[in-house]
Structures are given as structure tokens and as C-alpha cells.
Ligand binder design. Structure first.
Ligand code: SF4
Length: 471
């Protein structure tokens, strides 16, 4: 029998475990039963004691560590964390999940990278744990959990609107008929069976919906419920005294994530291996369109040049030049967790350019500061603040094609522009070339820049930047 709470720790079964066995005084107490269970799990590497969690608190930290290591460490060994995929640890796992949720809720805001890492790690654990099950068990547990989460068989797509709005699920992933989401085979056949003349409707169900869609909905719903759970704890935490063990756990999580983020800095710069590094801005490497904008726009297009073109260019050039090489969303705080670079380097350059315009941008349109904040992903506010991150999307740089169309007066191509599809690609190429020629020093903080940037240029250019443009 597979424990439902091993997949969904927020299930009634999971909540019962926490009620019966969760004791905040035991968070960091050595748990011999847990150590013994983990040590005898098949394939678990027991050669190093530090690989094995010896308390609920340590298990909570290991869950997040597993996710970051698995995503970034090229030499990641599954056997170092084999226990996380073995349901013999179910009770400790459920308790550690709830401890993590509490620690994250009291220390970090809902859009923080820590919260995101926790929610993503839960999603990844669900996927891995389902993958390990025999097909029959896997279908059975998915059906049971979906039945618990979706009370009505006949669900309207609006039931999943939270998931759709937060882009956790795309409408394209779902089959919808008269506003109802079709999940079950019988329902699919009853509704569409007659429409398939040459193919068996059962086969079409497997192709169009199948178990994959069910598992996707299940995983995303549990991730969404985890987020909602954190928000609920957050609300409550202002009125109750926080247990010292939860505060200690929150500190340990922050330390672990911070250490791992340094170890895998490319992860926070986009998880694209060694090829993309952040670095100081080199104005000499700006393409003509950007240099012209920084010097001040004297004619039409002033607002768009500063708010749309320069804001996105400068922020990505400084923080994450490899944006077009990855297929997942990145936030400013993933790379600049305290917004130090954003506030001290990126915004001053944008404001300087705004001031160079004629007339200076903020003199007659001070509200454009809000639009700049918004394009960095921090909502409609005067200044970027971590608590507002995620209210809007971090706007990706315009392609050359769009600049030529909307801001033609700024595009004065030079020979490096040949074959370039986006000013960001120009920047990486120019910077790499200047470093190679010794015209600018290698950034000591990014010593790999000189050897790797061409990979980045090629990948950025081979990716059609327009595909990635979110706005
Ligand atoms: S070709 Fe592209 S990079 Fe070069 S100036 Fe024009 S818009 Fe800028």
C-alpha cells in the first residue's frame, strides 16, 4: 500500500500524522528511529554520516538540499538521498514538510526564492516518488488523491483558475468541453467517442489526456495548496508566538540555501551550466541602440526607450545575460537576493539615462518610475521591494526587429550588429571580444567570463528571442 501522505503531506492522513507525532520540542532532537530507517534503505549511501538526517529538522533541510543539488550538481548521486524516495520515511517526511512550511512562512515572503525553492522541491519530490511506483499503484494513488482534491467529478475549468492564472497549468494542457475539464476515460469516451471514426477513442484518450495530465494536475494542485498553506501560516504567525525551534530551522534553511547558491552560482544565474555568469556592466560593450538611449533620447519614443528597452536590457545584461537560453522564468531576486545590484547599479543607470532625455523623463512624467519598477517584476510601485516581486513579470529585452520597428531612430547598426537578433546578444559578444583583446579586464568575480561567453552568445542567438519575450 502506498501512503497518500507520501505524495500529498497536506492530505487528511498527513495532517493526522502531524497531529499525533509532530512535537515542536523534538525538531532537532536526535531521532534514532529515523537514523535506523534511513540507514537500512536500499541503495542509500551510508559511507558518510553527514548524508543521513538525524532529526526531523535535518530531514527538512535535506529535502531542499536534495532539490538544489539534483538540479545543479553534475555529479549528483541519487544514492546520497535514496531515503527521500522511499516511503518507509513517510511519517518523518510529512512532519518535516510541515516544519519546513512553518519555518518558510515565518521568515520569508511568499515570492521569495526560499519559498519558491520549497514549493518547487515539493513538486519535484512528487514527480520522482510517482515515477518510482509500479504503474498500477501509480494510477491508483493518483486517482485517490485527485478524488480527495477534486470533490466533484464534473469540474469546471474555473476550479483550476488559480493554477491557470499563476501559469502553473496551461489551458492547452487540458481538454475542456462546455466549460468542464475532462479527466476520466469514461467521460472522454462518452463525450467524444463518436467523433473518432478511424481510431479507438480509448487510444485517443491515452494520447490526448492519459495519466500524464492527471499527474500534472495533481502535482500542480499540491504545489498550489502548499503555497496557500504557507500564506495561511503567515497570516496566523502575526498573532502567535513562534516556537524557537521553528526560528532555528528558518535560520538553517536560509544558511543552507545561501551556501548552495554560492556553490552553484550559475543556478541562480539560470541553471545553464558554466556558460553564463553575471558581471559588472561594461558600457563600452553596449550596442549603438543602447548607447544612444543612455545618452538621452531627444526625439520621439523617449518613454518606450527608457521604460521598455533600457530597463530590460540593463537589468538582464547585469544580472542574467543568458535569459534566452533557458526555458523557465527567473526573478531578479534569484540573482540579486537583497536587490543591492538593482538599487545601486541598475536603477541609477536607468535614471541617469532618463535625466539625459530632453525633456528629462521624470520631470514631466514622474509616474514612469512606477512603470520601470513594474518592468523589473516588482508590480506597480515607485521602488522595487522584495515583498512586491512577482506582481508583474520581469520584462525581457526587445529584439532588434522590434527596435527597428518601434524605435528606428535608435538603431544605428555597426559591424558587430551583423547577424545579431537582440541587443543582449550584441552585449555578450562585444564583452567577450573586448576581454579577449585585453581592452577590458576579466571581472574577478566572474573569472569564467572570458572563456565561456561565446557559448552564451551562440545559444542566445540561436534561440529566437521573440519566443521568450513575455510582453
Ligand atoms: S542592430 Fe540591434 S543591436 Fe544593433 S543597434 Fe540595431 S537594434 Fe541595436
Amino acid at each position: 500500500m502506498v501512503f497518500l501522505s507520501f505524495i500529498n503531506p497536506l492530505s487528511n492522513e498527513g495532517r493526522e500524522i502531524v497531529k499525533e507525532k509532530g512535537d515542536l520540542n523534538e525538531v532537532f532532537t536526535r531521532n534514532n528511529s529515523l537514523i535506523e530507517t534511513v540507514s537500512r534503505i536500499e541503495h542509500q549511501n551510508i559511507s558518510d554520516d553527514s548524508l543521513l538526517p538525524n532529526s526531523y529538522g535535518e530531514l527538512a533541510i535535506k529535502r531542499v538540499q536534495w532539490y538544489i543539488e539534483r538540479k545543479n550538481n553534475k555529479n549528483f548521486k541519487y544514492n546520497d538521498f535514496a531515503y527521500l524516495l522511499n516511503e518507509e520515511i513517510v511519517e518523518a517526511d510529512v512532519i518535516s514538510f510541515h516544519l519546513l512550511a512553518q519555518a518558510i512562512a515565518i521568515k520569508f515572503n511568499i515570492n521569495s526564492r526560499e519559498t519558491r525553492l520549497f514549493i518547487e522541491s515539493q513538486g519535484a519530490l512528487i514527480e520522482e516518488r510517482l515515477r518510482k511506483l509500479m504503474p498500477h499503484n501509480r494510477q491508483d494513488i493518483v486517482n485517490k488523491l485527485l478524488n480527495q482534491l477534486i470533490i466533484d467529478d464534473n469540474i469546471s475549468w474555473t476550479y483550476l483558475k488559480e493554477l491557470i492564472a499563476s501559469k502553473k497549468i496551461s489551458l492547452e494542457d487540458l481538454v475542456i468541453d462546455n466549460g468542464k475539464i475532462i479527466i476520466e476515460k469514461e467521460d472522454f469516451i462518452a463525450r467524444f467517442g463518436e467523433k473518432f471514426k478511424d481510431r479507438a477513442p480509448e487510444r485517443m484518450y491515452d494520447i490526448i489526456i492519459g495519466e500524464n495530465v492527471k499527474e500534472l494536475i495533481l502535482t500542480k494542485m499540491i504545489m498550489q495548496n502548499t503555497e496557500n498553506y504557507i500564506e495561511k501560516i503567515k497570516e496566523m504567525s502575526s498573532t502567535v508566538e513562534i516556537h524557537p525551534a521553528i526560528s532555528e530551522l528558518a535560520e538553517s534553511i536560509e544558511k543552507t540555501i545561501s551556501e548552495l547558491s554560492s556553490k552553484y552560482s550559475s543556478f541562480y544565474a539560470g541553471n545553464v551550466g558554466e556558460s553564463i555568469k553575471i558581471g559588472k556592466l561594461q558600457r563600452e560593450a553596449f550596442p549603438p541602440c543602447i548607447t544612444n538611449t543612455v545618452e538621452g533620447v531627444k526625439s520621439g519614443g523617449r518613454n518606450d526607450a527608457i521604460v521598455l528597452l533600457l530597463t530590460s536590457f540593463v537589468s538582464y545584461a547585469r544580472l542574467f545575460p543568458g535569459i534566452f537560453s533557458v526555458d523557465h522564468n527567473i526573478k531578479v531576486s534569484d540573482i540579486d537576493p537583497n536587490l543591492t545590484i538593482t538599487l545601486n547599479e541598475i536603477l541609477p543607470l536607468i535614471y541617469e539615462a532618463a535625466d539625459n532625455c530632453s525633456p528629462p523623463l521624470f520631470e514631466d512624467q514622474p509616474q514612469e518610475k512606477i512603470n520601470i519598477t513594474s518592468k523589473l517584476g516588482f508590480g506597480m510601485h515607485n521602488d522595487p521591494k522584495l515583498e512586491n516581486e512577482g506582481e508583474t513579470t520581469w520584462y525581457t529585452p526587445m529584439s532588434c526587429e522590434k527596435i527597428k520597428m518601434h524605435l528606428p531612430q535608435l538603431c544605428k547598426p555597426n559591424k558587430l550588429c551583423k547577424g545579431i537578433g537582440n541587443p543582449l546578444s550584441y552585449y555578450s559578444r562585444a564583452k567577450w571580444q573586448m576581454q579577449k583583446e585585453g581592452k577590458i579586464p576579466d571581472d574577478p568575480a566572474n573569472s569564467n567570463d572570458s572563456t565561456n561567453s561565446m557559448d552564451h552568445v551562440d545559444s542566445a542567438d540561436s534561440t529566437n528571442s521573440n519566443d521568450k519575450e513575455k510582453n
